[in-house]
Design a protein around this ligand. Structure first.
Ligand SMILES: CCCCCCC/C=C/C(=O)SCCNC(=O)CCNC(=O)[C@H](O)C(C)(C)COP(=O)(O)OP(=O)(O)OC[C@H]1O[C@@H](n2cnc3c(N)ncnc32)[C@H](O)[C@@H]1OP(=O)(O)O
Length: 308
């Protein structure tokens, strides 16, 4: 148990206001992110992926992958601190990510993030903490996207003061649910190998958690070597869905939900299976070398090309 009963104070915790953060990005950040999630990693002239890392003079702007939105949360997620609730940050794992895109992401922008606590559950052996980030364009004040980041805090559960485990959630119960994988054959499957240096490249987008780069830190956290960022795995999976289901159009993606089921090591091969249910793509991603399902979730899309 990471907190003694006297340390957990739900009134203090729920009254706590998280500070606003800012995030400014440009085309260079967009391209570095796309390389970090494997764009053009196997073929430098891949016509489906080149547009995410390069645009010729005279062409329209570089295109932005919808999972780039997950980076907007970095400012608040790297400094998590709550009065009335303590945990060991070295035991934190990314559990789930939910992203709602209100309109396609511009290739450069300055954003204001409004951050709030969206949930906290006592699961006994762990605590589940959820942080919501709403990103508004500076100037217009228009809402661009919402992220909900769920972190799984190993060893931080068992803090409830009553016999009923503490549970707080302030968002609709149908959002970001664990998915049921269909029993039928998938509509389509995409296989892509991550590079042994994938996490070292991905971290340059701003997630410098040593869990993904430092062998000693990874061992202290309970892993034999550094593991891949969950959001990097999610980026690979959603890029595969855009390629295989959305005909390469990143603007087709409306909502993304993913649950990280087990760890991925950089260098492993990701196989993403996809099923279509109306305008929802259900997906699961497996690591080929260990035959383990590492991620599952859904993507809601805005429409479908008739050729599918
Ligand atoms: C830009 C900011 C990013 C913020 C994150 C910063 C740090 C980033 C770190 C990473 O990227 S870590 C790498 C990515 N994440 C992972 O690799 C985690 C992979 N998943 C696991 O290893 C396991 O699933 C787990 C999280 C350790 C949980 O497994 P465990 O066997 O311990 O749990 P269960 O007994 O099955 O379930 C207990 C309880 O918790 C609920 N639950 C389980 N898994 C998750 C999950 N991934 N997300 C949310 N909730 C989860 C589960 O439903 C059970 O609840 P009840 O059903 O009992 O109510």
């Amino acid at each position: 148990m990471a907190t003694s009963e006297s340390e957990f104070n739900p009134d203090l915790l729920l009254a706590h206001k998280l500070p606003e953060t800012q995030y400014t990005y440009n085309e260079r950040d967009v391209a570095i992110y796309a390389l970090g999630i494997g764009a053009c990693g196997e073929d430098a002239v891949d016509s489906d992926e080149l547009k995410f890392v390069y645009h010729r003079d005279g062409q329209d702007y570089i295109q932005v992958l919808p999972t780039f939105a997950s980076l907007f949360t970095l400012g608040s997620m790297t400094r998590l601190n709550f009065p009335g609730f303590k945990f060991d940050p070295s035991l934190l794992l990314h559990g789930q990510q939910y992203i709602e895109i209100c309109r396609p992401l511009p290739s450069k922008a300055s954003l204001i993030n409004k951050v709030s606590l969206a949930g906290l559950q006592d699961k006994g052996k762990a605590a589940i903490l959820e942080i919501e980030t709403k990103s508004y364009e500076q100037g217009s004040g228009e809402l661009l996207c919402t992220n909900r980041t769920t972190v799984f805090l190993r060893g931080a559960g068992g803090f409830s003061n009553s016999s009923q485990p503490f549970s707080y959630k302030n968002y609709p119960s149908n959002q970001g649910l664990a998915v049921k994988i269909p029993q039928r054959q998938p509509l389509t499957v995409c296989e892509e190998r991550t590079q042994p240096s994938q996490a070292l490249l991905y971290r340059l987008s701003g997630d410098y958690n040593p869990l993904h780069s430092d062998p000693e830190f990874a061992k202290l956290a309970g892993f034999p070597r550094p593991i891949l960022h969950g959001l990097c795995t999610l980026g690979f999976a959603i890029k595969a869905i855009i390629k295989c289901v959305c005909k390469g159009d990143p603007a087709a993606v409306k909502t993304i939900s993913g649950r990280f089921l087990t760890i991925v090591f950089p260098g492993e091969t990701l196989i993403t299976e996809m099923w279509l249910e109306d305008l929802r793509v259900i997906y699961q991603t497996k690591v080929k070398e260990r035959n383990k399902t590492v991620l599952s979730g859904y993507v809601d899309i805005r429409g479908l090309s008739s050729s599918l």
